[in-house]
Ligand binder design. Structure first.
Ligand SMILES: Nc1ncnc2c1ncn2[C@@H]1O[C@H](COP(=O)(O)OP(=O)(O)OP(=O)(O)O)[C@@H](O)[C@H]1O
Ligand SMILES: N[C@@H](CCO)C(=O)O
Length: 326
């Protein structure tokens, strides 16, 4: 569940009053998501015009200092016809407000659902939507360091310790040690950089049929290697949930969709198996850390790190490099 903060009816009405979106008709907590509190808001304007919005209250995981980057990026991309929600600025023009010490933002509601078993056509559409974001973000003036890059993987996995990793799976300590050494030695430094989403899993994409209606949850967005974002999306979309089965049709479709908007260069193609190993390592690292540090009675169930260890082994196999071939 993801409503960490209780807001009374009067309090909620006052919050909505600060935006020029009509009066509050209903506010329902949204169960999905784990990082922030989210409500689905309905309002009614003077002419009876109804509005639907998402109200997000940023909890401890999101740094308020990063909000101008995240929210400014949404407005920049939406203005360039990317399928992302616009932010609704308050009556004074601010993109977020502080309420009892916490930041909150009102965001355009977009229709659509997150698919759990994507089809190839849906993967194709997601590939082109991702490329559209990369192209549209090229003139976005903001930048933000990736706080979950290779140094963070090492830190998180170091905190887990070899014994901790082996308590998750007897082979995990060995896999991590070997792969971290490879990634550290070979991580590319000269590929084109830009603003990336960095977490484009199916639960962060809203779809209606084969159409992408919303890319959401930009709270890991940062400035990094652009092709790494494709690798993240590939790792997220082109395997079954536990990572034991690669889905070649989704992989080809995702690549095709992406390249229909932003063709990858020869260098990007060549680097992709390594970038995908890094992408798998990034989610393995945060999942292993959460696995070891989530209390048993927590409301949130930690996600399986092994699902990304399996993806990592797939990408590390030189025989599989051809999945990224031009
Ligand atoms: N603009 C939007 N339009 C429609 N629904 C949205 C929108 N933004 C968020 N949602 C809904 O709210 C849910 C939670 O949003 P989000 O994934 O951003 O939360 P979070 O707590 O930041 O997520 P995470 O757990 O991935 O860190 C989404 O799964 C989606 O159902
Ligand atoms: N999408 C991530 C969670 C947010 O980083 C995962 O599935 O591990």
């Amino acid at each position: 569940m993801a409503v960490y903060t209780r807001l009374g009816a009067e309090e909620m009405a006052a919050i909505i009053e600060a935006f020029d979106v009509g009066t509050l008709v209903s506010a329902k907590g949204i169960a999905e998501g784990v990082s922030n509190s989210n409500w689905m808001i309905e309002t009614q304007g003077p002419g009876g015009h109804a509005g639907r919005f998402i109200l997000t209250m940023y909890e401890t995981r999101t740094d308020v200092g990063d909000l101008p980057f995240f929210l400014g990026l949404l407005d920049h991309l939406a203005a360039r016809q990317c399928p992302v929600p616009r932010t609704i600025h308050d009556r004074k023009g601010a993109s977020y407000r502080l309420h009892k010490g916490k930041a909150l933002a009102l965001i355009e509601f977009l229709p659509g659902v997150s698919v759990s078993e994507p089809t190839a056509s849906q993967a194709r559409a997601v590939g082109s939507a991702l490329a559209q974001v990369h192209v549209a973000a090229a003139d976005f003036p903001g930048s933000r360091e990736n706080s979950l890059g290779p140094d963070a993987w090492k830190q998180l996995l170091g905190d887990c310790g070899r014994e901790g990793l082996e308590s998750i799976h007897p082979e995990l300590g060995r896999i991590v040690e070997h792969e971290l050494a490879v990634l550290t030695a070979r991580w590319p430094s000269s590929l084109p950089r830009g603003v990336i989403h960095a977490d484009l899993f199916p639960d962060n994409v809203l779809m209606l049929g084969d159409k992408v209606t919303g890319l959401i949850d930009f709270y890991f967005a940062c400035t990094d290697v652009i092709a790494y974002d494709f690798a993240v999306t590939h790792a997220a979309w082109c395997f079954n949930t536990d990572g034991s089965r690669f889905l070649p049709e989704l992989s080809s479709a995702l690549l095709e969709g992406y390249e229909s908007v932003r063709p990858l260069s020869a260098q990007e193609h060549e680097a992709m198996p390594l970038l995908a190993r890094g992408a798998a390592m990034r989610f393995l690292a945060t999942r292993a850390y959460d696995w070891m540090n989530t209390p048993d009675d927590a409301l949130v169930t930690p996600k399986d790190p092994m699902a990304f260890a399996r993806r990592l082994e797939f990408y590390a196999d030189p025989g599989n490099a051809e999945v990224f071939a031009p």
